[in-house]
Design a protein around this ligand. Structure first.
Ligand code: PMP
Ligand code: GLN
Length: 380
């Protein structure tokens, strides 16, 4: 058959999780917590289902949740999006990313992505009939070279996608980066997609530079987040998009015919949770910093070399002291022979840097899970 995504296979997350299951490996690959979601959230979900919130919700998301997101955004970033015109609740960040691209990117246009980038970006761009233009991040620091981005802009460029804290590296964009992005996009017809799903998982006193903090960026941005990351429930698939009214209107045209609405009971649960425990957001960084620090200390006793992790819940390790295999082969070997699953970086690139020997480990795990993995990694 004539297909639209000839280059696309099964996502690396599914491939590696299946391999982990087949071989009984400890799965530090696909990013998801193995500890429970907050009990209050489960209770609120239960309550919402018992209260009968089981039919379609409002297409844009329930008012209570949009209001709670507006409150939270104002508390954290000092700007209050209009809950009616600027916030749309989606079935995870993945749906929001797809909608944003399809709302504004047309056939033959170009979208600039920074490699390594999250694997759902390019297929969504391809399905829009557009082309992803890949600009590499620095292979060591994962910092963007904005001059290269500037040079890649053509009359066909319709969108720039950024992601901070960054998956897979954890790198974060700073004030200078955001001001430079504003500079680059000024007086262009280029929209910004800012993937901020790890917005609350930041460490060492750093501040997450949301595009919402920058008026010039805000007026051209789809800012996307996910409750999966913030509330340890990646399987619930609830996220949201904040964008100016005209952009949100276009975004909603795609959303309404993509899914129409998002799992209704969970929307009540998140609304109640945000209202009841606003401090959850502020504590998340410290919660994950403790896990990161503990894991890092342990890794230093292995032959894997941990890279710095400014944000997010992934630890990159350099495995060149252990193996000369390429990263895909190394992660297969590690799973099958050593019983620990990691994610290779090359699937996140159009052109992986030659000789890069890095793998990604997820530390959103119980201490016991990481201890067991370390015990195996000590034997490398
Ligand atoms: N963007 C990034 C950078 C991610 O890491 C993820 C989840 N791993 C997503 C988007 C998708 O989020 P969701 O699960 O809410 O669809
Ligand atoms: N975002 C998760 C990760 O990077 C995976 C999500 C998925 O499996 N689709 O590991």
């Amino acid at each position: 058959p004539q297909t639209k995504l000839p280059k696309v296979g099964t996502t690396i997350f599914t491939v590696m999780s299946q391999l982990a299951a087949e071989h009984g490996a400890i799965n530090l690959g696909q990013g998801f917590p193995d500890f429970p979601v907050p009990q209050r959230l489960v209770d609120e979900l239960d309550k919402a289902m018992r209260a009968g919130h089981n039919q379609y919700s409002m297409m844009t998301g329930i008012p209570a949740l949009r209001r709670a997101i507006a409150d939270k955004t104002e508390r954290v970033y000092g700007v209050r999006p209009d809950e009616n015109a600027e916030i749309t609740v989606t079935s995870g960040a993945t749906e929001a990313i797809f909608n944003a691209i399809h709302a504004v990117v047309r056939e033959g246009e170009e979208v600039i992505v920074l490699d390594p980038c999250y694997d759902c970006y390019e297929p969504a761009i391809d399905l829009a009939g557009a082309r992803a233009v890949h600009i590499p991040l620095d292979p060591v620091t994962f910092a963007p070279d904005w001059n290269q981005v500037r040079a890649a802009i053509t009359p066909k460029t319709r969108m720039l996608m950024i992601n901070s804290p960054h998956n897979p590296s954890g790198a974060m964009l700073g004030v200078d980066d955001m001001n430079t992005v504003a500079d680059i996009l000024r007086d262009t017809g280029i929209w910004l997609l800012s993937d901020e799903v790890y917005e609350h998982i930041v460490f060492d006193g750093a501040r997450h530079e949301s595009a919402l903090r920058y008026p010039e960026l805000r007026e051209r941005a789809f800012v996307i987040s996910s409750f999966g990351k913030t509330y340890h429930c990646t399987g619930w698939k609830v996220g949201y998009c904040i964008a100016p009214p005209a952009l949100s209107a276009e975004f909603r045209k795609v959303h309404q015919y993509n899914v129409f609405c998002t799992f209704h009971p969970a929307q009540h649960a998140f609304a109640a949770m945000i209202d009841a425990e606003p401090e959850h957001y502020e504590q998340l960084g410290a919660f994950y910093a403790a896990k990161r620090d503990r894991f890092r200390e342990q890794l230093l006793q292995t032959k894997l070399k941990p890279l710095p992790v400014p944000g997010g819940y992934f630890q990159l390790v350099d495995y060149s002291a252990v193996s000369d295999l390429d990263d895909v082969e190394f992660c297969r070997w590690l799973t099958i022979e050593k019983g620990v699953t990691a994610i290779p970086l090359s699937p996140f690139y159009e052109t992986p840097p030659a000789g890069q020997r890095l793998a990604r480990l997820c530390f959103a795990k119980n201490d016991a899970t990481m201890d067991a993995a370390i015990e195996r990694l000590m034997r490398l």
